[in-house]
Structures are given as C-alpha cells and as structure tokens.
Design a protein around this ligand. Structure first.
Ligand SMILES: NC(=O)c1ccc[n+]([C@@H]2O[C@H](COP(=O)([O-])OP(=O)(O)OC[C@H]3O[C@@H](n4cnc5c(N)ncnc54)[C@H](O)[C@@H]3O)[C@@H](O)[C@H]2O)c1
Length: 384
C-alpha cells in the first residue's frame, strides 16, 4: 500500500493558506465541542461563526468560555443551518442519538461535516447518512482521532507490509475496572441520548484500530452479548460519588462482547467494558499464518497503543520476537480536524470515510440485535 494512503501528512507545522477562510459552525456545545473549537482557534483560515445547542444559553456560554466574540447562537441544528447557508463546515458534537439527523440535515444543505464518533446508533442510520453524503458530494469525516496517531499508522503499516501472512483471527477491545462516563450528567448512559453505551463510547475505537489495519473487510455474521450489571446498580454510582438515581436512568450496555465473522475468513473476537471486576480483558492480538502481532492496547480510545507492539514470527525456523519501538505521539485531535479541512480546501477525500465506519457501526448494531435475539445473526447492510 502506498505511503500516502497510510500517512495523513498533516502536522501543526504545515503552512496554511489563510487567503481563503472557511466558515465553521458547531452543533452541540457540550464536552467534546471544546476540543473542536480549540483546534479551530489555532487555524488562521477558520472563522467559527455559529453554534447551536438544545440547552438554552449553553452555546452562548460556550463561546464566552472559549473567548470567541460575535458567533451567532441557535437553539438547534435546523435553525442554525437554515440561517447560515454560507457555512463551509460543521462539527457535529451532539450526543449519539442526534448524530444522524444533524449530519443528514447539514449534508442536505450542502455543508461539509465532521461527525463525532460513533457515526450514529444503527446501521440503517449510517446508510441514510451515506445516502445524503452521496447526494451532496460533500466531505463527511468521522471523528476517530487515534487513527492519526503515528503508532496507529505504524500498526497499519506493519499489517499491510504482509509480514503476518494471511490474517485469520483477531482479538480486540478492552475496558475499565470503573469507568462509566457521567462527566456532565447522563448523556452517555441514557437510552434517550446515548442509545448505545460502552460500544459507542470506547468499543468503536478498538474496532477501528484493527479493522483499519486490515483494510476494513465486510462483517458477515455476529453472535453478540450485552449486559448492564454495573450501570443498573445504585451502589456503583454511590461508590463513585454520583447520584444513585443514575442507575434508574441507565439504559445502555456497560459490557458487550461479539464474535464476528469477517469477509476473507477472519474471526474477530471483541469485548468492551465500562466497568468490570477485572484489570483488563487482554491485549489486542492479530494472528496470521506467518506471524502474529501483540498490541498492548486496552485503552486505544486515549489516542494510541498502550506500549511497544511485538511481532511473533520465525527466522530460519526459529521462533523470534521483534519489538516495534514506540514513536512519539502526534497532535491527533488537531490532525483530525485539519485533515478534514484540507480535504475540503484541496478537493480531497474524507480522512476517515463513512464507507469504512459503516462496517464498524454494522458490527455494533449486529451485537445489539443478536444480543436481543439470543442467537447468531447475519449482518444485513442495505445498499447506499
Ligand atoms: N472524539 C473524542 O475523543 C470524543 C470524546 C468524548 C465524546 N465524543 C463524542 O462526542 C459526542 C458528544 O459527547 P459530549 O460528551 O460532548 O456530550 P454532551 O452531552 O456533553 O454534549 C452534547 C450536546 O449536544 C447537544 N445537542 C443534542 N442534540 C442537538 C441538536 N439537535 N442540536 C443542537 N444541540 C444538540 C446537547 O444539548 C448537549 O449539550 C458523543 O457522540 C461522544 O461519543 C468524542
């Protein structure tokens, strides 16, 4: 694979042509919107001109906190997009439930979209978003910033080099002993806002790490399991210094597992936990006919791999281990936003394309559906 397909070639030092300014709006001005605006404010070719949030006064407070004057504020995505037809791009930073409606509305209005992960909450929604993207001809990039990390790029280079031979089995995922996210309330844990839990928050990153490395083969079947033993327990939240009533609100999974058959006769064994009685459910491993790769990575959602990767292979008939030295980390979040803007300005393609993340979403959706039915299912992905 060509180097330029693996390396996003964006750094904070790259000269930015500021003669053409991009007008940007932010939809949803909660926690992650801060990270978006902080990147935009570093860029001389960006003007953040508008923001929207369902909570009265939240967008105004957000701009004030970030030192932005003159940005126009709206009570929802529709009113903002209707009133701001000249926007070049929006960052969609809403909770999972409204990702699809915001993305579709923006694309239909001819606006380029940086959509936070997870792409949305069902396969059907992902397909609807992609239909809007196709019709609009605009750029839609999904917010998986760890993909731009130099070690993640190296991981993909190792796999794509062919050193492992034919890949046949992958184990990935991870979790936290205590880590149900309720930083500013219940938007991650309520079925009305998060809709999907640990899988949408952190599991999608583990899936992206391995699927991106092997070229995103299509998922075919899945046996899925989900549970919520920690989230439904008031004692869990009391011990964390949070309101016990969060257990009543809890309407998503705090643990999920899936056994997924991928095109190319590859088995993917995945598990993810927001909370568990365990330190870690294990490293990520990619097994191949000529070698296997161990990635100490149970927290790849924090931006990178958890330590040096190791290849287990044979040299002249002897089993050997090759350690890949860790590379210094990059500014992943900046690069995620910058690569999106560069694609708009230079007529490029989406740095993290929906056509790949559709399969990520289809696996999550398949786990949810299989878990409800209690048996293996075929993963059905409608035509875009
Ligand atoms: N890439 C990352 O590192 C990262 C980190 C944290 C969260 N996220 C993702 O970002 C998303 C948001 O997470 P958060 O923690 O910022 O949530 P949050 O609950 O703090 O903020 C979401 C905001 O969106 C607003 N909103 C919802 N629908 C809206 C609409 N139609 N129009 C306008 N505003 C709307 C809500 O009122 C809320 O203020 C989630 O999907 C999450 O998975 C990504």
């Amino acid at each position: 694979m060509a180097k330029d397909m693996l390396d996003f070639n964006v750094t904070q030092d790259k000269t930015i042509d500021a003669s053409k300014k991009l007008k940007v709006g932010i939809i949803g001005t909660g926690w992650i919107a801060d990270a978006h605006i902080q990147q935009y404010l570093k860029m001389p070719d960006v003007e953040v001109v508008a923001g929207a949030d369902l909570v009265e006064g939240k967008a105004e407070e957000f701009f004030k906190k970030n030192g932005v004057e003159g940005a126009r504020c709206y009570p929802d995505h529709k009113s903002m997009i209707d009133a701001e037809p000249d926007l070049d791009a929006v960052s969609i930073c809403t909770y999972n439930k409204t990702h699809a409606e915001c993305a579709i509305y923006a694309l239909n209005a001819g606006i380029n979209v940086m959509l936070e992960k997870p792409m949305c909450v069902t396969t059907e929604e992902a397909v609807e978003i992609m239909r809007a993207e196709k019709k609009s001809g605009k750029i839609l990039s999904i917010g998986f910033q760890p993909r731009l990390d130099p070690n993640m790029i190296k991981l993909k280079e190792v796999v794509q080099s062919g050193v492992l031979g034919k890949i046949y089995y992958i184990q990935t995922g991870g979790g936290r002993r205590r880590g149900i996210p309720t930083p500013f309330g219940t938007s991650f844990i309520s079925a009305d806002t998060g809709v999907i839990g640990a899988m949408g928050d952190i599991g999608c990153y583990s899936l992206d790490m391995v699927l991106n490395a092997i070229g995103y083969p299509k998922p075919l079947t899945v046996t899925g399991y989900t549970s919520n033993f920690f989230g439904k327990n008031p004692e869990y939240f009391k011990a964390e210094g949070k309101p016990a009533e969060y257990a009543d609100v809890f309407g998503v999974e705090d643990f999920a597992a899936g056994f997924i058959r991928l095109e190319g006769d590859i088995m993917l064994d995945f598990r993810i936990a927001w909370a568990m009685h365990l330190d870690t459910p294990g490293d990520t491993i990619i097994m191949g006919t000529n070698g296997s790769l161990r990635i100490p990575s149970t927290e790849c959602w924090n931006g990178s791999i958890g330590g040096p990767m190791k290849i287990y292979h044979e040299v002249a008939g002897s089993p050997v281990e090759t350690e890949i030295p860790m590379l210094p980390g990059g500014d992943n979040f900046y690069n995620k936003v910058r690569s999106f803007l560069d694609a708009i300005k230079e007529g490029g393609t989406a740095p993290v394309p929906s056509s790949q993340i559709l399969y990520n979403q289809a696996i999550i959706d398949g786990i949810v559906k299989s878990a409800k039915l209690g048996h293996e299912i075929e993963i059905d992905i409608p035509e875009v």
